[in-house]
Design a protein around this ligand. Sequence first.
Ligand SMILES: O=C(O)CCC(=O)C(=O)O
Ligand SMILES: [Fe+2]
Length: 205
Amino acid sequence: MSSVEIAVNLAKATGFGIVSDPLGQNAIDCLGHYITWTKKDDMLSPKRANGAQSYSGQYGLSEFPLHTDFAEERVPPRVLALICIDPGKMLTPTLVMPLMELKERKKLLDCICEVRTRNGNFTSSVVSNSKGELLLRYEKHAMSPMGRYSKVIFDHFLDDIKPTLVRLSKGQILLIDNWCCLHGRGAVAEESSDRRILRKVGNWK
Ligand SMILES: O=C(O)CCC(=O)C(=O)O
Ligand SMILES: [Fe+2]
């Protein structure tokens, strides 16, 4: 089994997987056998906070809180591939927290939120059902819990958790199942401002 196939199987089974022995561009091509890319790639790089709505705009070089990407979409993309182009001088951790490891996960089905989007709002629980599969959606800046019960769950389900820290080195790829695993980013050291992560987004084939 190739390193890519192992990471894909791990991501499907546990929420994330790492291609730790990539053969350059080859690994990205190989991922294309398992994933259909659905959005334009983007290059994530540390930036100073400037008040913009993005994570960098809000948090700058500080830690990014746990979230799922594209939570404001009705059906967010399933897979994220974070490809380390340049780790910077000091390795910055990416945090991952699989749904299955959250003690409070069952309550998330009843945690009803309003999701704010540019084209109006919609209602969704933090964990919902999409075509028979669980879909985790959590982005605290775009979602507001509705009612007291949901608010208590929303505000506390990440208390006392221990995310896994993944420190990607050059060429390594972190595959995240965006429907069942939260992710975030540790603080970036000043010396690591040249960190570059290529994010590819898609769905399992
Ligand atoms: O840079 C990372 O490791 C993750 C960043 C991230 O989650 C994001 O920009 O949405
Ligand atoms: Fe993210």
